[in-house]
Each structure stands twice: as structure tokens, then as C-alpha cells.
Design a protein around this ligand. Structure first.
Ligand code: G4P
Length: 283
């Protein structure tokens, strides 16, 4: 879990650092959490990045709903953004990154080849909010464990290029954007998946959001996991939280019960889910 606190000074500095790194690279790898492909983006990147080629990477695809992974890839492609989904923890589909970067930069590579420049590596940087998996992806691509010491806003160090494939080089420090959670719903989504610090939210608010989400989309999973009846599902969210707190033997400790529900959700005990619906994105 990230411990980064975002203050306006940090945000300005992080933005400047990302901007400075951009002209060193041929392509940006924008990393998002496949469970929240919208909420885990920061639109500021669009401003910073402008015309720079970009590959959207929906990471943690193993935790997200498979059908919605496909729907989100389709959504981004319709927006003109090439996108792939990967599971970097289990090294699934990670090698697609280099292949897709070559496809996106095919014209540039062809122009270089026409000038006699052959096998010039593609230079890339991973950018995203904390906890989306930037370091995991970097380590997978580089095929060794790199201690990412600069993985903190405000920390500067000399840039190094890491060999990340036959035709790919990565900047050793990812670009970090801040999570954007002024919208309470976005904040709850980020909190539920562990993208923001626990002290930034009330666990019962997040648990109520979680119960509402699962009641709407996967009521049977709540029934199975918590041994509740169909009738229990008709309870209001706060009443259901009260019932579960009692069932857990936690008397009236709603906070601890909420934390337990949140942890179950983060650990995948309620199965794969995607909190952002494609329809919310206006598709
Ligand atoms: P960051 O650099 O963007 O901040 O993220 P990082 O790579 O540190 O990854 C954050 C957490 O997400 C790590 O868990 C990592 O193992 C996990 N993770 C990364 N990619 C994937 C993926 O594709 N699938 C799954 N299931 N998990 C992934 P952690 O070390 O346990 O951290 P935390 O859970 O304590 O935050």
C-alpha cells in the first residue's frame, strides 16, 4: 500500500518530473488498474503527454472481470488509444508490451531504417498513480528485481536506461501521477482496491459502497461468502453491514467488520470484479 501523501507542492513537482522525462522517450506506457480503468487514471496525463505515442496497459487483469477487460480494451481502442490487458504479477501477456510498442511506432522505425538506422531501441517510461503495478511491470520486463529508489514524488536521481527486451529500453524510474479522488465515488473505488492510504477514508463508507456494488452485480457471491439469505440481500446497506458485523462476532465494531469486508474484496475472496462500468465512460 502506498504511503504517499499528496500535497499541492508534490503534485506540481510530480507533474514537472513527468514532463521532464517525457522528451527522453519514444512512447509512454500508461498503467492503470484493470478493476478501475477510469478511476485509476489521472486526466492530467492527457495534458502533459499531448501527441506522444502511448500504450494503455490495464494491469491486474487477473483480478478484474474478464468480460469487462475486453469491453474496456475495446473502449480505449475506440478512443484511438491502443490498449492491452496484462497480469504482471503472474507474468501473463507482459511480452505484448514490446510487440505493441513496435506496432505503434512502426512508421518511426521504418523512417529510421530508411535512413540506415537499424535496431535503435524503443525508449519507454511507465507512468501511473501509485499501486497500479508500475514497479512490478518494470521488474518483469527487465527480468530482475530492481530496487526502485526513486519511486516517490520529489525524489530525483540520475536516470538510467534498462534493457527491457530485444527492442525496448525502460527508464528505471516510473512517472508517478497522483490519484484524483475529489469525487467521493472515485475515492471509494480507489480505497476499496487499496490504491489510496487507509487513513484517507472511512472504512465503513467503503464497506457500504462494496456491499452496494456486490448486491447489484454479484449478490450470489455475498450469499456464498457470508452465508446470508436472499432476504438478507433486501436489507439496506447499513442494515446489512450491521448484520454482518454481528455475524462476524464483532458486536458493534462496524469499523473492524468493514475492514474485514474490504480485505476480502482486495484479496479476491469475492472473485474477480471491475468497479468502473464502461457505460459510465459514456460509451
Ligand atoms: P506501483 O509501482 O505502481 O506503486 O505498484 P507495485 O508494482 O508496487 O504493485 C502494487 C501491488 O500490486 C503489489 O502488491 C503487487 O504485487 C501487486 N500487483 C502488481 N501487478 C499485479 C497484477 O498484475 N496482478 C495482481 N494480482 N497484483 C499485482 P503488494 O506488494 O502485495 O503490495 P500491497 O498489496 O501491500 O499494496
Amino acid at each position: 500500500m502506498s504511503t504517499i501523501q499528496w500535497f499541492p507542492g508534490h503534485m506540481a513537482k510530480a507533474k514537472k518530473q513527468v514532463q521532464e522525462k517525457l522528451h527522453l522517450v519514444d512512447i509512454v506506457l500508461e498503467i492503470v488498474d484493470a478493476r478501475l480503468p477510469l478511476a485509476s487514471r489521472n486526466p492530467i496525463l492527457d495534458q502533459i503527454i499531448q501527441q506522444k505515442p502511448r500504450l494503455m496497459i490495464l494491469n491486474k487483469a487477473d483480478l478484474a472481470d474478464a468480460a469487462l477487460n475486453a469491453a474496456w480494451l475495446d473502449y480505449f481502442k475506440r478512443q484511438g488509444l491502443p490498449a492491452i490487458s496484462i497480469d504482471s504479477q503472474h507474468n501473463h501477456n507482459v511480452q505484448q508490451i514490446e510487440k505493441q510498442a513496435q506496432v505503434i511506432l512502426a512508421d518511426k522505425i521504418a523512417r529510421q531504417q530508411a535512413k540506415g538506422i537499424k535496431n535503435k531501441p524503443i525508449r519507454a517510461i511507465c507512468i501511473g498513480i501509485p499501486n497500479v503495478g508500475k514497479s512490478t511491470i518494470l521488474n518483469r520486463l527487465v527480468k530482475k528485481n530492481i530496487a526502485i529508489t526513486g519511486n516517490h514524488p520529489g525524489v530525483t536521481k540520475r536516470q538510467q536506461w534498462l534493457k527491457a527486451g530485444k527492442h525496448l529500453e525502460l527508464l528505471d524510474t516510473p512517472g508517478i501521477l497522483w490519484p484524483k479522488f475529489e469525487d467521493p465515488l472515485v475515492g471509494q473505488k480507489l480505497a476499496l482496491t487499496g490504491a489510496i492510504k487507509d487513513s484517507l477514508y472511512h472504512s465503513d463508507d467503503v464497506a457500504l459502497y462494496m456491499l452496494a456494488f456486490f448486491k447489484q452485480y454479484f449478490p450470489e457471491r455475498l450469499q456464498q461468502r457470508y452465508h446470508i439469505t436472499e432476504e438478507d440481500l433486501t436489507l439496506t446497506d447499513p442494515d446489512l453491514l450491521m448484520k454482518l458485523t454481528a455475524d462476524f462476532g464483532l458486536k458493534q465494531d462496524y469499523e473492524r467488520a468493514s475492514e474485514r469486508l474490504i480485505l476480502d474484496c482486495r484479496k479476491g475472496k469475492l472473485g474477480r470484479y471491475t468497479l468502473d462500468q464502461v457505460i459510465e465512460a459514456g460509451s
